[in-house]
Design a protein around this ligand. Structure first.
Ligand SMILES: [Zn+2]
Length: 476
């Protein structure tokens, strides 16, 4: 069993680094003042779901000192088989159906426990429609129900939801807290951990307890043999992955899209875990952003990059293609890089890369056509585009992701999407998908729209014969 699961806190006193949350919750429980909705905010791997489950135990525990972690109900919750604890992962259940189902069933009293507890993880990923349905439940929650919403991106939640919850902000651990936690677990496992390795793990975890333990997990078999030094440890943890991440940041800064996509392909071949790799990128960009802010440098590009990468991390959990969210984010970041990087971070290469971007731009416009002309019949605002993407996304998530990643333009009365791979084009243009896109676009724009889709294989360099792909444009 993974260490993170094996040592998941069974009672409140075992929770590390979130004393401000735990003590408030314990006081409320003692006083019998339980809110009907809680909002747990904070980065991944710091214990939000763990504390949510402890709360579920506390309100359903059979002992006089809840949660005891030992009674039937506490055990069933720990084993994930307690019927009155319903966990929904919004990252994979964005749909209105799950919330409708929830609304349908919430009115029934708990079967075995005192309270029905609903934990909705990554709640910000719910669709607007699903939020609205949820809000209606939140307005008049049955007395026997408790909601716990967990999110890594509270800024994406509607104010109407936030205002109905008691909010707790979970914190990342500092190096001391993280390494003490590892040390304690190492002791229980009978492993003596070298201080240098301990510090390496604590630092590389970026304050995420879960990440630190999965790193420790990776080291464990090697540590037992007792012959692992710092260098080997760093190799085992693929902190050379750090080298890869640094190299990748360099490519992003140079806005060299073909090189970026090529490198992602390379990583893909090596079996890279893209959620982890993108997480490493987030940490690097965050460090750089902080430095830029302190030094008073322009940092809008860094912020943009960071936001897109964070999005990519949460999407990589549900993406049908592991590397896709990073590809999409990277392309956006490169296309956004022209003028906005911190001045100190720019090199002479900048000129040449802007040149490459301009070239890419000109290729996007098919030769022989008089360039993109806003059709007199269709006006497509960025908001309109977004509305179409969101409408499609709520019905077909992968398709929505592809639309979000495509470049859109209006041309001769058609909306023309530019994608990176033939595969994406086939997907968008398949009969059912095209029908869905056209229908949603018609709802948003109030008229029938024709769609076309062209491929630009940026990963294979910029060549004029891409323009040939334009023949693939067709209407719906
Ligand atoms: Zn109990």
């Amino acid at each position: 069993m993974a260490l993170y699961r094996k040592y998941r806190p069974k009672v409140f006193s075992e929770v590390v680094g979130q004393d401000h949350v735990v003590s408030t919750l314990e006081k409320a429980l003692k006083a019998g003042r339980i809110a009907h909705a809680y909002l747990f905010c904070g980065p991944r791997g710091v214990g939000k779901t763990t504390v949510a489950r402890l709360l579920a135990k506390a309100v359903n525990c059979l002992d006089k000192n809840p949660p005891c972690g030992k009674c039937k109900n506490c055990e069933d919750i720990a084993l994930g088989r307690f019927i009155d604890l319903i966990e929904i992962d919004a990252a994979s259940n964005r749909g209105i159906d799950e919330i409708r189902d929830l609304r349908e069933k919430i009115k029934f009293a708990p079967s075995v426990g005192r309270k029905k507890v609903y934990i909705i993880d990554e709640v910000h990923m719910l669709t607007r429609e699903a939020f609205n349905a949820l809000l209606k439940t939140l307005e008049e929650p049955p007395a026997h129900s408790i909601f716990v919403f967990a999110t890594t991106e509270v800024n994406k939640l509607p104010e109407t939801v936030i205002s109905r919850c008691q909010r707790f902000d979970f914190r990342l651990g500092d190096e001391a807290l993280v390494s003490n936690n590892i040390k304690k677990i190492a002791n229980s496992e009978g492993i003596k951990l070298d201080e240098e390795i301990l510090s390496l793990v604590a630092k590389s975890s970026g304050g995420s307890y879960r990440d630190s333990l999965s790193m420790f997990d990776q080291l464990l078999p090697h540590l037992s043999s007792g012959k692992t030094d710092l260098k080997q440890a760093s190799k085992i943890l693929n902190l050379s992955g750090l080298d890869e991440a640094l190299h990748f940041v360099g490519l992003l800064k140079s806005a060299d899209i073909p090189a970026v996509i090529g490198y992602i392909d390379e990583l893909s071949m090596k079996g890279t875990d893209f959620e982890q790799f993108t997480g490493a990128l987030v940490r690097l960009f965050r460090a750089e952003l902080i430095e830029a802010v302190i030094s008073g440098l322009e940092c809008s590009w860094l912020r943009f990059a960071l936001e897109r990468l964070i999005e990519a991390v949460s999407r990589s959990k549900v993406s049908p293609i592991g590397s896709l969210p990073l590809e999409l984010a990277a392309i956006d970041i490169c296309q956004n890089s022209s003028n906005n990087q911190p001045k100190a971070g720019r090199s002479d290469e900048g000129g040449a890369q802007s040149e490459a971007l301009r070239e890419l731009d000109s290729i996007k416009k098919p030769a022989g056509n008089p360039g993109p002309i806003a059709s007199p019949q269709i006006a497509l605002s960025p908001e309109g585009r977004l509305a179409i993407v969101e409408a499609v996304r709520s019905k077909n998530k992968p398709l929505g992701a592809l639309l979000a990643a495509a470049a859109w333009r209006v041309e001769e009365g058609k909306i023309v999407l530019t994608v990176e791979y033939k595969l994406y084009q086939n997907k968008i243009m398949s009969k059912d998908n095209l029908k869905l896109v056209s229908e949603e676009a018609e709802k948003v724009l109030g008229k029938t729209v024709l769609f076309g889709c062209v491929v630009e294989k940026v990963s294979e360099g910029l060549s004029a014969d891409m323009v040939g792909e334009i023949e693939d444009v067709f209407g719906g």
